[in-house]
Ligand binder design. Structure first.
Ligand code: N01
Length: 534
């Protein structure tokens, strides 16, 4: 960590060793750049390192939720289940890091606290938690979209004598739920995954629900060998097809309108999607995510399913979101609604019976006390901007990124920010990121950034940053796309509405992966239009 005068330690420093950081390192090395990763965790894997809770798995099919940059890697790795579990994904990332000899360029247990741009030298100063400094020309934030856990402020939280676990910070050991009374707070994807598993093992389970969520079955299964063989044989073709789809993953998009088909047709399509399982439910009709009436056909269908599955009709009623499906992220579940038929599971609506405080052994609600041994928090993340804002980033003219973003994040393509030269974000705000299959989107960003760095080297440019005009146009364009959908009809982490005082702005780019890729390619063809190069 010593600086020679006007010299850098690395061409690029990458922050984060998840899917994005690992591939960025590989790609830059392959282009002949020197690069190094700093990672807060004691292991690689990013979000898949931390989210070790029982039942954690991906909601995108495993054969697609994987890298495509190496055909050899695609052929070498075998996914066992339709939706990979967290341990399998973490093993995969360790396998990748070892196969491509990446670990030697990663410092673990290193939290980057400050980034400062030296305008004179045109380099970034990168400081860690021990105030050790490293210098680089390019700084790349691969800090993840869902990597900053939110812990709710519950009175008495630290007086509780029982066990407390948070899904996104789950310890690396087996937790015993047997004979315990457990409360789980939060019914997003994490809560909905952990609840059925805990319910089967514990004595009493209290599900504390603030907002019910729509969930459709995963129908997870072991992948048949023949299916894997065929998919692998056509990997290249499958990837090409997926790239042309809005979500970036292979799925059947129906082009019919839900409002132009008869009831039988509606039901048969939804039945088919329900039986197949997965996020493809939202592609049942072309207007589900755009038109409220069309959306109601889907919510009616799911709410009827809840009514059918859950025996206690009062509980079924409480589980119905009566909202807009696909506004919050649709959850892919295994036996969630069925779990409420178990005698040891109680649903508590914390809107009508609010949580008051924790004592040594009780959770006190307005109209009841729960004797609990364990509290599980599944309360979500400060998404997309959280991890970036956790670093004190100072750009040109000593402007802090956090200050620039106080009224909402501004970024060109989710890749670059005006005032912060040679700083790139992978899947930053304004990128299609979480609305698409993350891995191909990450690979597209990484390739674009590496190509851009190579271009700068060849053309002898020292700095690049988004122009303010291009940045504003992109932010406005994304807002107008989002406002054309039903995304503003609920409170969601996509909008930042789960974080106090966070500006309500739709964070990911909603225009779809093909539009995004086209825009990125067009910019390059026009010699990096919208960027200032010096
Ligand atoms: O978090 P969430 P998550 N008091 O924000 C509640 C990805 N992921 O970790 O809706 C009471 O969705 C909150 O209530 P409300 C996936 O993209 C993927 O579950 O704000 N309740 C909500 O019910 C997912 O969307 C996978 O009213 C509080 C819950 O906690 C994203 O991560 C698996 C509260 C938080 O739900 C986030 O999912 C897991 C409070 N103070 C996660 N604060 C897969 O791929 C929050 N809540 C399978």
């Amino acid at each position: 960590m010593k600086k020679n005068h006007k010299a850098v330690d690395f061409d690029a420093i990458i922050i984060g060793a998840g899917f994005a950081g690992l591939y960025m390192l590989y790609k830059l090395r392959s282009y002949g750049f020197s690069a190094h990763i700093y990672e807060k965790a004691p292991g690689v894997g990013g979000t898949w390192f931390w989210n070790k809770y029982p039942g954690a798995r991906c909601d995108t099919e495993s054969l697609q939720y994987s890298y495509q940059f190496s055909e050899q890697l695609q052929q070498d790795w075998d996914w066992s289940e339709k939706y990979a579990t967290q341990p399998e994904i973490l093993n995969y990332l360790n396998f990748v890091a070892e196969k491509f000899n990446l670990k030697k360029s990663i410092d673990l247990n290193t939290t980057i606290t400050n980034l400062r741009y030296d305008e004179q030298e045109k380099i970034w100063e990168v400081s860690n938690q021990k105030n050790q400094k490293t210098y680089c020309k390019f700084c790349i934030l691969a800090t993840g979209c869902l990597s900053v856990p939110l812990t709710p402020k519950i009175k008495g939280l630290y007086e509780f004598n029982g066990e407390i676990y948070q899904t996104s910070l789950w310890p690396d050991k087996e937790i015993d739920f047997k004979n315990k009374n457990i409360a789980i707070l939060g019914t997003g994807s994490s809560g909905i995954h952990v609840i059925p598993i805990v319910a089967k093992q514990c004595k009493e389970l209290y599900v504390l629900q603030r907002t019910p969520n729509y969930a459709v079955p995963a129908h997870n299964m072991q992948l048949p060998e023949e299916y894997i063989r065929n998919f692998k044989k056509n990997y290249k073709e499958n990837r090409e097809k997926a790239k042309k789809l809005v979500s970036g993953f292979l799925t059947e998009y129906n082009t019919e309108s839900a409002l132009e088909v008869n009831k039988d047709r509606l039901k048969s399509e939804y039945d088919k999607r329900w039986a197949a399982g997965g996020l493809a439910f939202l592609a049942a009709f072309k207007d589900i995510t755009y038109n409220k009436k069309a959306n109601e056909t889907a919510t009616d269908y799911i709410e009827n399913k809840i009514q059918e599955i859950v025996n206690d009709k009062k509980v079924a009623e409480q589980l119905k979101p009566k909202s807009v499906v696909g506004c919050k992220r649709l959850v892919i579940d295994t036996d969630y609604y069925k779990t409420f038929n178990r005698k040891n599971v109680k649903l508590i609506d914390i809107n009508t019976n609010p949580l008051k405080k924790l004592t040594k052994d009780k959770l006190k609600l307005k109209s009841s006390d729960l004797n609990i041994d364990m509290l599980i928090l599944a309360t979500g993340f400060d998404a997309i901007t959280g991890a970036i804002n956790n670093i004190n980033i100072e750009g040109k003219n000593k402007i802090k990124l956090k200050d620039k973003w106080q009224n909402g994040p501004k970024s060109y393509l989710g890749l670059s920010v005006n005032g912060f030269p040679n700083l790139f974000t992978i899947t930053g705000p304004g990128s299609p990121s979480v609305l698409t299959n993350m891995i191909p989107t990450i690979e597209q960003h990484v390739n674009w950034i590496a190509d851009c760095m190579l271009y700068m080297k060849k053309e002898d440019f020292n700095s690049l940053e988004a122009t303010i005009e291009a940045e504003n146009l992109w932010v406005d364009y994304n807002e107008s796309c989002a406002k054309n959908t039903l995304r503003y009809n609920c409170n969601s982490w996509y909008l930042g509405s789960n974080v106090k005082n966070k500006q309500r702005i739709f964070l990911p780019f909603v225009g779809g992966l093909p539009t995004y890729i086209e825009k990125c390619e067009e910019i390059v063809l026009k010699s990096y239009e919208g960027f200032s190069l010096k």
